[in-house]
Design a protein around this ligand. Sequence first.
Ligand SMILES: Nc1ncnc2c1ncn2[C@@H]1O[C@H](COP(=O)(O)OP(=O)(O)OP(=O)(O)O)[C@@H](O)[C@H]1O
Length: 337
Amino acid sequence: MIVLNQIKKIFNTNSGCVTAVDSVNLSIRKGEIFGIIGYSGAGKSTLIRMLNLLERPTEGTVTIDGKDLTQISSKELRLARQQIGMVFQHFNLLWSRTVFENIAFSLEIAGVKKEEIKPQVLELIQLVGLSGKEDNYPSQLSGGQKQRVGIARALANNPKVLLCDEATSALDPQTTDEILDLLVQINKKYNLTIVLITHEMHVIQKICHHVAIMESGRIVEQGDVLTVFSNPQHPVTERFVKQVASEDDSIETVEHLIKKFPKGKIVLLKYLKEKAEQPFITNVIRNYQVDINIIQGKVVQTQEGGYGSLYVQLTGLEIIPALNYLKEVGVEVEVIS
Ligand SMILES: Nc1ncnc2c1ncn2[C@@H]1O[C@H](COP(=O)(O)OP(=O)(O)OP(=O)(O)O)[C@@H](O)[C@H]1O
């Protein structure tokens, strides 16, 4: 539905040219939540701003529903932009207008008839959970409430796509989760395509179906969230995955474990929860002459399901057959010592 083809953005500055986005190709499917993650300066903001041509690409095409936005007239672009809502890190609300007026403003600009505006705004206010706050000014709202206004305003013209530019980065962890829950609710209710940028893996883990990892203007890895989480390929991806993994996963700790548990074998078991539905630990203990000592582990839940990783110590006479059984039932087995 959204296709970026060989997108490049070069800024000419006094100190020379900066390539902010470099030959990016992306396909984003209708109805999915697509996350783009990267550290500061990776090019995320520039990339997302090219999706509605707030930033014009130096090279490449941005195609939404078959229409190349880089080729259409400014009038067509204005109409196309109404189909693309945007939510910002610092909300970008009109401070002298109430909640109601902020949301109504989008509809006024789009030329919606006056009598149609009120019911639509009230419906949006209810959708984002701000009933009763219609007449409040932004300065009277919490950060989370301000972002709810931002989301309602972005949805006012029934967009096909919602772009979220670090929408939760200015919020505390609990408010972040509430806003992310709201985005999932909206995605499901309207089958709305959401593209977000973030530097927090928690955001990707909690709500995204697909993820692209950016570094120095390029996409270094992309795929469905569960695969990328359970099997990161690029060093940058590994660093992001560690943001949501337990601290104890560091190699120092593994070396410490080897010293602490010298008997038998220490093994890292990785499994997708939905694939490994059997009670495989119980089966191993029942069917093989081994004991299992669970040393540490975690289960991470994503929109696409969960995956687990467990460090275990196996002792006993049938370690190899037990490990073979685990592989047979779909558990990834890595022998540490
Ligand atoms: N208008 C501009 N003029 C010149 N250089 C720019 C401009 N906008 C961005 N850049 C440069 O492009 C690169 C990518 O910036 P961008 O803001 O897209 O990264 P980012 O991943 O969104 O970072 P952050 O999370 O810090 O916002 C940086 O080197 C930045 O300095």
